[in-house]
Design a protein around this ligand. Sequence first.
Ligand SMILES: [Zn+2]
Length: 537
Amino acid sequence: MKHYFILSAFILGVCTASAQNFTRQDTLRGSITPERAWWDLNYYDLNVKIEPEKKFISGHNLVRYKVLNAAKVLQIDLQEPMQITSVTQDNQALEVTSDGNAHFITLKKEQVPGEFNTIDIHFSGYPREAVRAPWDGGFSWKEDTQGNPFVATSCQGLGASVWWPNKDHMYDEVDSMRIRATVPKDLMDVSNGKLESVEENGDFKTYNWFVANPINNYGVNVNMGNYVHFGEKYDGEKGFLDVAYYVLPENLEKAKAQFKQTPMMLKAFEHWFGPYPFYEDGFKLVEVPYLGMEHQSSVTYGNQYANGYLGRDLSGSGWGLKFDFIIIHEAGHEWFANNITYKDIADMWIHEGFTAYSENLYLDFHYGPKAASEYVVGTRANIRNDQPIIGHYDVNQAGSGDMYYKGANMLHTLRQLIEDDELWRQILRGLNSEFYHKTVTTQQIEDYISKKTKKDLSAFFNQYLRTTMIPKFEYQQKGSSITYRYVDIVEDFDMPIRVFVDGNEQWLFPNSEWKTESLKGNELIFDPNFYIETEKI
Ligand SMILES: [Zn+2]
């Protein structure tokens, strides 16, 4: 997202499944099955008609793929109660065998490695209604204050197959796609990418959006409402970026004031992370009837045109009210989620840890390092350490909600260890160029950072990502003599920490063994930027 944090991780507990009873459906959804592995997604042409008065959708999705290995059976996902009504290849009807939400299509034509083929999947039904968008997603069938339909989709975790048929696994992103949404003619659809044409057809209009870049499944969205729009050109690192805003008419003036934070966001994030990753597709903020979501190039917004997170400061430091949480956080995901995407949702911290951390970098850019530090340190109050940040692989299972602010504090701690802000910035930018438009694993991120910092960070990442232990620095002090060690650590964890002694910086090098050394004075203050616990014994 999605910013899961407050509602899902902390109140609804959606991502804290500790009972590990995974089903065959979890495996079909969450693993690279043989029926997925042999073909590589190339293009979707998704056509969908939305009938809000019936809460019904219907359409077809043309799926073009490249054959990697010869095979006969192909898996497509679509969740009940949506139904696949027919599948064809080269106008020949194909047989479909269903196992819950996984549908196995037996192809007739020989599948020759290297060739591109297309299947056309027709579907219809009453899609799952979002229970609490965006955390428990689906279709949000709402109305605006004037009584017009105001409809939006959200589906991270749940999966895009909740409303349209696709290859619903994150490892394989489609290279480009078209979304043609047909809606009642007095309303408008806003989807990802750029609007290429609008066709009127009786009582309906079809909005034809094209996404020129790879896009992850949950990023695809339709938003239907009585939208008005305005826009601007942003003069960025890769030239002029088309920025557009779609809002309800009654919020136009508020939006014009609040969305001034968009160029501020772009300025800060291009500095830290490199060019916005989707110049060809533009950037949009789209008002929706729920809080918001990182839909690629059409970030959705429902934060009531106020700073903070629904008016609250998640850090308790005051700095969280200096920015609109949804603009900054969800747009931060354009770099970490949409540009660099997890292959498996178990590694969701790559999206949420870096993006929660981006809130602090936004403050750093516009308000300075003290503000940034106070903010990220303040967000520690939200950390629960209930279970590890990394979840279970191959079953579509995210880890702990701590992926947000424990993830952010881990990255902030890492910045201290590197002691070179310019190198740190080059690493953040380097991640975005090395893994440009790619899907990745945690290991790839770890290896890249270790290589660039010339430090073996494996124990560091194991500690913070794979356990719930916070390193505890135990110490005894007599005058200027200090004896110390770490407890609650993984093997080989030996992270140095910075302290201030009589106001002067000093580094200490604890590990699991007691050691004694001299401080350069008597008054000891720990640098709060390191996410550790301390105990004087
Ligand atoms: Zn998020």
